[in-house]
Design a protein around this ligand. Structure first.
Ligand SMILES: NC(=O)c1ccc[n+]([C@@H]2O[C@H](COP(=O)([O-])OP(=O)(O)OC[C@H]3O[C@@H](n4cnc5c(N)ncnc54)[C@H](O)[C@@H]3O)[C@@H](O)[C@H]2O)c1
Length: 328
């Protein structure tokens, strides 16, 4: 019997697979891309989640399925691909899973199933109405429905984990990082806003660009700095493995992420001090990013206790930044 980990080439899935292997489990990885994991207890299926033959192969002998893979994009042009990977892919994977009857499915959902940036109340807990505002968030909500449908109809106990933003600490100060680059670095942010077609934001960002690499504190149109959770991958892995090992997690839905949100205006000075990069502040059109999500349920029910504060993550990111600078 094996534990199937989808997204085995990704940030979270690859490290979950390695942790399970280190614990002596047999693991089957399933991803579009090869993971590079070499271990006697590891088997890998390379293919798309909506490829039924690949999905059937992947779930063979599954004791549990950790569905951690997904396509993440916020580009309008990617809507088709999002639904194919995250909705059809999840449906086909679950239909094949129903034939092998694993003891548990764990599904990586997202805080984007809530309207995080325009919440009805804060902190956002699991009872908050589900009203996604991005096509990606919609695909995650549809994925949750497919997981609960399979639980009801095929009798496969499932745990839904609504993930916080998750980063490897070293990504925080990497301008090339898909998620952290545009969040903290001016040039990456300009490129991202251009790709979204946000012409007003692009004009404002370009107006403060003097050509040098710069950290940027984003605020909304009223000067309120962005605030959101950023969770270290290692804490997410702990939460996933706790959910897998604890019977109480069957049938439950949890917000999984860091306890305290990150106020960008408070975190950025430390980033600047450690990298010696200049900081600029930009007020962007709209209500901006400003939320706090409660992880109280998973802490109280499963004993989840995140270890990686943002300051610890930044210290590790700065060490990686300095090695890159020395190597350059
Ligand atoms: N990282 C975050 O900030 C964050 C936040 C909320 C939710 N999540 C969710 O957590 C999970 C893990 O995120 P991550 O950061 O490891 O993502 P990631 O992008 O690093 O990894 C996702 C993996 O899924 C694979 N994949 C994508 N589409 C596929 C398809 N159609 N068929 C097969 N494989 C496919 C990719 O090749 C990739 O290796 C995902 O489900 C993601 O949606 C992530």
């Amino acid at each position: 019997m094996t534990i199937v980990v989808t997204g085995s080439a990704g940030r979270v899935g690859s490290k979950v697979a390695q942790r399970l292997l280190a614990m002596g489990e047999r693991v089957t990885g399933f991803d579009l891309k090869p993971s590079g994991i070499a271990h006697a207890g590891y088997r890998e299926v390379t293919g798309a989640f909506d490829d039924r033959e690949a999905a059937a192969d992947a779930v063979t002998g599954a004791r549990a399925i950790l569905h951690l893979g997904a396509f993440m994009s916020w580009l309008p042009a990617d809507s088709e691909k999002l639904h194919r990977a995250n909705v059809d892919g999840t449906r086909i994977l679950l239909e094949e899973a129903a034939k092998v009857k694993p003891e548990r499915v764990i599904f990586a959902s997202s805080g984007e199933v809530y309207p995080e940036n325009v919440p009805d109340y804060l902190p956002v807990d699991e009872n908050h109405p589900l009203k996604p505002r991005s096509p990606y968030g919609l695909t995650k909500l549809l994925g949750e429905e497919l997981v609960r449908f399979t639980e009801r109809v095929a009798g496969i106990p499932a745990t839904i984990l609504r993930f916080s933003h998750t980063q490897d600490a070293v990504e925080l100060l990497d301008p090339a990082s898909f998620l952290s680059g545009p969040r903290f670095f001016l040039h990456a942010k300009i490129r991202q806003q251009e790709s979204f077609g946000n012409t007003a934001a692009v004009a404002l960002l370009k107006a403060i660009d003097d050509g040098t690499e710069t950290l940027v504190i984003s605020r909304n149109e009223n000067g309120r700095p962005f605030k959101m959770h950023i969770t270290d991958t290692r804490d997410m892995i702990d939460g996933i493995l706790l959910s897998l090992s604890n019977e109480k997690a069957a049938g439950r839905t949890y917000n999984l992420g860091a306890t305290a949100p990150v106020d960008f205006s408070a975190a950025m000075p430390l980033m600047a001090e450690l990298t010696k990069l200049p900081i600029k502040t930009i007020d962007l059109p709209g209500s901006g990013v400003f939320y706090e999500t409660s992880n109280a349920r998973i802490r109280n029910e499963l004993g989840f206790e995140p270890q990686w504060t943002i300051d610890r993550m930044i210290a590790e990111a700065a060490a990686a930044w300095n090695s890159r600078m020395q190597a350059a």
